[in-house]
Design a protein. Structure first.
Ligand code: NCD
Ligand code: ZN
Length: 346
């Protein structure tokens, strides 16, 4: 066994699934990501959602304005797929440099009410995306109230993914923030250009984390944390070296008062500790040597983008996570508030 290194230098990583919101909240959270990642795929679930190239470019400008002086960071913009997205909208988005389109089944998660009600409505857009090679990013959960919340991802795969993969064989597809053994396995075996993002929290925690010492709303996200055997399957996938799996934090900031609420918002805020958390998960699995592929190489390779030229160094040195951060006029609690982590960014 080789001794654990005290520092770990990586090609600078990218975050392939990130929420930064808008307005004052955006200004508060963007620096946390820009301090670690070269690029991030920005989720379009604003209110109203980002459904046009023009809206995506304007949003990009607002994000760039929040990047600290002297920091190089590139937001990669996405479009929100609706029942009414047309082939022309896709062509225009492609020309504007939008990198992908996000499918939220209507009602699946935070700000998804404008999402797709029936995949048949999305066919013209999906055909246009397939023609230009623009990835479809999927929130892979059915919204059917009859389906148990812990089964919604597996049922989405059964009901929709097999058909979708077959109908659009050349469409690049990313199953976002996978949480189950079924999803990891589907991604490994699916034909065509297929990949998945995996969050740090789904690698580190199982659904028991929601209930330690009481009901803990900061640990509630969608898709919800699953049982231990699923966490182990995700760790195996992320640390396998298979290029179909890559980093996507799904850091999803909500102010503390809307998390500590009778109907708590879904979403974990992990951006400030993202790389420290991933390093911990990979170290626990004895797979630190696989972190660079997962965090820095597989994502750009899938998207057909160059890997970052810069490097990021992690140091094996304890860091104490703050209890909260300002979020515009409010405050936000990071997922691991108050905990001590083993790694930090140099
Ligand atoms: C995300 C959010 O808050 O925007 N929430 C979450 O629990 N992950 C939406 C999403 O990605 O599902
Ligand atoms: Zn998300």
């Amino acid at each position: 066994m080789t001794p654990t290194p005290e520092t770990l230098s990586l090609i600078q990583p990218d975050d392939w699934h990130l929420h930064v919101r808008d307005g004052d909240a955006l200004t508060s959270v963007v620096p946390a990501t820009a301090g670690q990642f070269g690029r991030a795929v920005i989720m379009p679930n604003l209110r109203p959602p980002v459904t046009t190239a023009e809206a995506a470019l304007a949003y990009r400008d607002r994000i760039m304005a929040a990047v600290p002086e002297g920091v190089r960071f590139e937001p990669l913009m996405t479009l929100y797929l609706t029942d009414r997205t047309r082939a022309e909208d896709i062509a225009r988005a492609k020309d504007a440099g939008v990198v992908a389109v996000k499918l939220y089944p209507a009602g699946a998660t935070t700000h998804s009410d404008a999402g797709v009600t029936d995949l048949r409505h999305a066919r013209p857009a999906l055909e246009a995306m397939q023609r230009v090679g623009m990835p479809l990013l999927m929130h892979g959960e059915v919204t059917d109230a009859e389906v148990d919340v812990f089964d919604r991802e597996a049922v989405f795969i059964e009901r929709h993914l097999h058909t979708l993969r077959g109908d659009f064989p050349a469409l690049p597809m990313v199953l976002e923030h996978i949480t189950t053994a079924e999803a990891a396995q589907w991604v490994a075996q699916a034909p065509g250009p297929t990949a998945a993002t995996i969050t740090a929290h789904h690698l580190l925690y199982n659904r028991g984390a929601l209930f330690v010492g009481g009901l803990r709303p900061h640990w509630y996200c969608l898709p919800v944390l699953k049982r231990e055997r699923h966490r182990q399957a995700l760790v195996a996938a992320a640390t396998s070296g298979n290029p179909r799996y890559f980093l996507g934090t799904d850091s999803a900031p909500h102010p503390a008062h809307l998390k500590e609420h009778a109907a708590a918002c879904a979403g974990c805020y992990t951006a400030p500790q993202a790389m420290a958390l991933y390093a911990q998960a990979f170290e626990d699995a004895g797979a630190l040597h696989r972190l660079e592929g997962f965090a820095s190489c597989h994502g750009p390779d899938f998207y057909g983008l160059p890997r970052n030229a810069a490097t990021l160094t992690l140091v094996r040195q304890a860091q104490q996570v703050p209890e909260s951060y300002p979020l515009g006029a409010h405050h936000i609690k990071p997922l691991v508030a108050g905990q001590t982590l083993r790694w930090r960014v140099a």
